[in-house]
Ligand binder design. Structure first.
Ligand code: ADP
Ligand code: MG
Length: 238
């Protein structure tokens, strides 16, 4: 069980408050997209959930357990970033297994996990290549593979497709949807792209300057935006 609950979450950088008491309830297995303009606090929220950034106030619970003081590695979470951050000198297979090997995971289990990730992402044929021999989409698949091998309860994506061209973005969107269905895990996905939000999300969280403006299913936001900002952002005619 890995619902994610944010209760009055505040973030300050020095004297600047950039998240002003966010309340967000994400159900186990849900696909939730955080959307909003650049600088509204999407990455900061994600990094706090991941444990890569301290919170200044409130609580973050994962699977019903408050995680405020739990190390990132122990939160059952994996994060995929916009930059692929693959190790250039390693093969795809080594990139996938590296983290597990460093953690002393048993060899046979590591091999099983890497094989499974490669099958799910259809990169079996690429295992002996190095990152520079891959296309942008293939690199992003490997980056997602590195998250899959950790077998997390929750996946976090921070604008994972923004470095890809338009056609690839559409393809990868379909892939990520399929992944969500196949793995059945909770996914939180950050983007500033309305189309991505509308097509991927079970529910969308619309953010503006550190505030949650509205949370709802894509069509509900479209049909019944809480205010003009949401309407404008979602592209609804209201
Ligand atoms: P988004 O991902 O929505 O573009 P961010 O979460 O990156 O927004 O940033 C939210 C706000 O917090 C911005 O005003 C940004 O300048 C500020 N911010 C982010 N990280 C830091 C930091 N390490 N130190 C100071 N301010 C930061
Ligand atoms: Mg960001």
């Amino acid at each position: 069980m890995a619902a994610v609950t944010l209760t009055n979450v505040v973030k300050r950088f020095g004297v600047f408050e950039v998240v002003h008491g966010a309340n967000i309830d994400i159900a186990d297995g849900e696909f939730v997209v955080f959307v909003g303009p650049s600088g509204c606090g999407k990455s900061t929220l994600l990094r706090m959930i991941a444990g890569l950034e301290d919170i200044s106030g409130g609580d973050i619970a994962i699977g019903g357990k408050v995680m405020n003081d739990v190390e990132a590695a122990d939160r059952g979470i994996a994060m995929v970033f916009q930059s692929y951050a693959l190790y250039p000198h390693m093969t795809v297979e080594q990139n996938l297994s590296f983290g597990l090997r460093m953690n002393g995971n048993p060899k046979a289990d590591t091999e099983r996990r890497v094989k499974r990730a490669a099958e799910i992402l259809r990169i079996d044929e690429l295992m002996q290549r190095r990152p520079k021999q891959l296309s942008g989409g293939q690199r992003q698949r490997v980056a997602i593979g590195r998250a899959i091998v950790r077998e997390p309860q929750v996946f976090l994506f921070d604008e994972p497709l923004s470095n890809l061209d338009a056609e690839l973005r559409v393809q990868m969107r379909v892939e990520i949807s399929r992944l969500h269905k196949e793995l059945g895990v909770t996914m939180i996905y950050v983007t500033h792209d309305q189309t991505e939000a509308m097509t991927l999300a079970d529910r969308i969280v619309v953010l503006k300057a550190g505030n949650v403006e509205q949370i709802g299913a894509p069509l509900d936001l479209y049909d019944d935006p809480a205010n003009r900002f949401v309407a404008g952002f979602i592209g609804s005619p209201k």
